[in-house]
Design a protein around this ligand. Structure first.
Ligand code: FEO
Length: 393
């Protein structure tokens, strides 16, 4: 892809990674992704905003072929999908300075082995003049690492947001045109990497709320020419109030746990509670994470393996604890053969879910019997009551 003009003297550069299916060896990318870089040519200074994943460095260099000088490379975020090509760009433009937050500088030295004297620190709200254009830096930690910042091109009203507001989508659309696709991709991105920092993200949104923004240019996915589309979505995702939703991630070895999950799903649905059920043996973990954004309740379904939860349930529980969704209720259902310590082990794995109420688990020996289904009815009743108490209906 060649560089693309956004407005006069502001260009999209970057790489579209159509085939990437996994990020950080963890996060599924069903729609691929892009690494967006931006070139701004001011009357005095030329700057490059972020770079691309190092495996696609050549594409960026090709796009920069006719660019004679770069004065500054802005590093919003040290993660290698954005900063990994900075050393290559510095080789081509040896007099360029890299601009980062103080923490960003430390991390660029640690992770990219960039010489500290090449890096200039910018403070929160500091401005950089390019002559006829001004770039203002706004520190926005934890979107996605502690060093992250965004920048605002004052005269043209463009916010360059890096991971913040990004979506993992490979597309030739320069601007968001398929809102459904981008919404889900941005939601997946938020759920997987930003949800644990919802409180800090709220503060970051406050920091940009008074800017007059015409375009949000993230470093993944298309540019937002209707900024409220993604800002409003983020406001919804970071809200403290969950929705009338139960998520049931489960794994069943011989059908007993599955029978309980099916029964509970139906019992909840009959009471007007929305349920998302995920078989952990085949789940897209990103879809599961998305549903956790709104969930008020999580019920883990697991068989017993060697006296504890099934390893797939351990994985899901670990993620639940790490992602810290705003859930209010949690419990476990499932079945064991002759002995189990599953409940104790699952409860010990979620120390970060402070203040979450534990509903009496239904953990039974063998295949569920009449009294077990009654216990599941009682669980469904308790969940529906609590959701009503929380005004989620
Ligand atoms: Fe797109 Fe946190 O890197």
């Amino acid at each position: 892809m060649k560089k693309r003009n956004i407005i006069e003297n502001v260009y999209w550069l970057g790489a579209i990674d159509w085939d990437r299916r996994l990020f950080d060896s963890l996060i599924p990318l069903p729609d691929g992704t892009s690494y967006n870089s931006y070139l701004i040519i001011g009357s005095e200074k030329t700057i490059l905003i972020d770079t691309v994943d190092p495996k696609m460095s050549e594409l960026l260099l090709t796009q920069l072929k006719d660019v004679k000088k770069i004065d500054y490379i802005i590093s919003h975020h040290t993660e290698q999908d954005h900063s990994g090509t900075i050393p290559v760009v510095l080789k081509k433009y040896p007099s360029a300075k890299v601009i980062a937050t103080e923490k960003g500088k430390e991390m660029l030295v640690d992770h990219l082995l960039i010489s500290p004297e090449k890096i200039q620190i910018v403070e929160d709200k500091e401005e950089l003049s390019l002559g006829n254009k001004t770039l203002k830096f706004i520190h926005t930690p934890w979107v996605h690492w502690p060093e992250t910042m965004v920048s605002y091109l004052v005269e043209d009203k463009i916010l360059f947001s890096c991971d913040f507001f990004g979506s993992h989508v490979a597309t030739t659309d320069l601007y968001v045109r398929d809102e459904g696709l981008v919404y889900e991709a941005a939601q997946r991105y938020f759920a997987e990497i930003m949800m644990p920092f919802s409180n800090i993200i709220r503060k970051n949104i406050d920091k940009i709320k008074d800017l007059d923004i015409q375009l949000i240019a993230p470093s993944h996915g298309p540019i937002y020419d209707k900024p409220s589309f993604i800002i409003d979505a983020y406001k919804d995702w970071i809200s403290d109030t969950p929705k009338n939703v139960v998520v049931i991630p489960f794994v069943s070895m011989h059908g007993s746990t599955r029978a309980m999950v099916e029964y509970l799903t139906n019992a909840l649905a009959q009471k007007g509670v929305k349920v998302h059920q995920f078989d952990l043996a085949v789940v897209d973990i990103g879809k599961l994470a998305i549903t956790l954004i709104d969930a008020a309740t999580v019920i883990l379904g697991t068989s017993t393996v060697h006296a504890g939860p099934h390893p797939l349930a351990v994985y899901a529980t670990y993620l639940l604890n790490a992602l810290k969704p705003k859930i209010k209720l949690i419990s476990v259902i499932g079945s064991y053969g002759w002995y189990t310590k599953t409940i104790e082990q699952v409860v010990s794995m979620v120390p970060k879910l402070k203040g979450v109420e534990i509903v009496e688990p239904v953990y039974i020996k063998g295949y569920p019997k009449e009294e077990d289904f009654k216990a599941l009815d009682a669980m469904a009743e308790k969940i529906a009551e609590k959701h009503k108490e929380l005004n989620l209906f």
